[in-house]
Design a binder for this molecule. Structure first.
Ligand code: ADP
Ligand code: MG
Ligand code: ZN
Length: 233
C-alpha cells in the first residue's frame, strides 16, 4: 500500500471574477480541513478592517474569522506552531511578495489555499495571480453567471454612474459578465488612472483596498487599484 508522505505542502489557487464563488470555495475548503481537525489559519488584507475587521465574508454571507495583515510578509511571523493549512482571501491585493510567502509555506509542508480575482475591471491579468497560477499545484478557475445573457461569466463588469465615483456595494457597482457581454466602454472613467497606478506600484503597495465597504469610502484619495478594479468581497 502506498503511504502518503507527511509534511508535503502545496499551493491551491481559486481564481475567477467577482461573484464566482471564490470566497465560498475558500471557506468550504477551510471548513473541511477543520472538520478533519487540521490546524488552519486564515489571512486577508488588513485594508478590510473598517468593516468586518476579522472576517472573510462571501456575497452569500458565509463568513469565517481571519487575521488581517498589511502585507503578505507579515504572515510567516504570525503562524502558529503546527499549522497545516494557510488560507488567504483577496490575494490579488497583496504585492508580488505573496508569491514568495506562499512558496515558502508550501516548501515547509503547509497546504496553502489562496483566492483572488484573476482579471481587473479592464479584463487584464491581475498580479500576482498569474505568478501564483504558474507555481501552484492546483488551480481552480471559477465562473459566475452573466447578468446579461446567463452564460458562464469570467469578467467583472464595472457599472458606471457617469461620475467616475465608485458606487456602494458590489452588486450595484459590479456585475458578472461573459466575454460577449463585457463592455469596457460602459465603465465610468474607463481610461485607467495610469499615473496613479504607477505611483502605487512604485510605492511598493500593490495591494490597497478591496471590499465593498471600501468602495463606499471611495474618494480621490482611494487607490488606483481600488478605482480600477473595485472590490471583491
Ligand atoms: P467571490 O468571492 O468570487 O466574489 P463569493 O463567494 O463571495 O464570490 O459569492 C458567490 C455568491 O455570489 C454566489 O453563491 C451567489 O449567491 C452570489 N451571486 C451574485 N451574483 C452572482 C452571479 N452573477 N453569478 C453567480 N453567483 C452570484
Ligand atoms: Mg471573494
Ligand atoms: Zn453574457
Amino acid at each position: 500500500m502506498q503511504r502518503l508522505q507527511q509534511d508535503i505542502g502545496w499551493i491551491e489557487v481559486i481564481c475567477g471574477p467577482m461573484f464566482s464563488g471564490k470566497t465560498e470555495e475558500l471557506i468550504r475548503r477551510v471548513n473541511r480541513a477543520r472538520l478533519a481537525r487540521q490546524h488552519v489559519q486564515i489571512f486577508k488584507p488588513a485594508i478590510d478592517d473598517r468593516y468586518n475587521a476579522r472576517q472573510i465574508v462571501s456575497h452569500s454571507r458565509h463568513s469565517v474569522d481571519s487575521i488581517p495583515v498589511e502585507t503578505a510578509g507579515e504572515i510567516p511571523a504570525l503562524l502558529q506552531e503546527g499549522v497545516q493549512v494557510v488560507a488567504i482571501d483577496e490575494v490579488q491585493f497583496f504585492g508580488n511578495e505573496v508569491v514568495e510567502v506562499c512558496e515558502g509555506l508550501a516548501d515547509s509542508g503547509v497546504r496553502v489555499v489562496v483566492a483572488g480575482l484573476d482579471q481587473d475591471y479592464r479584463g487584464a491579468p491581475f498580479d500576482p495571480i498569474p505568478q501564483l497560477l504558474s507555481v501552484a499545484e492546483y488551480v481552480t478557475k471559477q465562473l459566475a453567471i452573466c447578468m446579461v445573457c446567463g452564460n458562464p461569466a469570467g469578467r467583472s463588469q464595472r457599472l458606471g454612474d457617469g461620475t467616475g465615483r465608485i458606487e456602494v456595494g458590489a452588486s450595484e457597482a459590479y456585475e458578472a459578465r461573459c466575454r460577449g457581454c463585457f463592455r469596457l466602454e460602459e465603465t465610468s472613467g474607463a481610461a485607467p488612472d495610469r499615473q496613479a497606478e504607477l505611483a502605487l506600484e512604485s510605492s511598493g503597495s500593490a495591494g490597497s483596498t478591496s471590499s465593498d465597504e471600501m468602495l463606499e469610502q471611495a474618494s480621490p484619495k482611494t487607490s488606483a487599484r481600488a478605482r480600477i478594479v473595485g472590490g471583491d468581497q
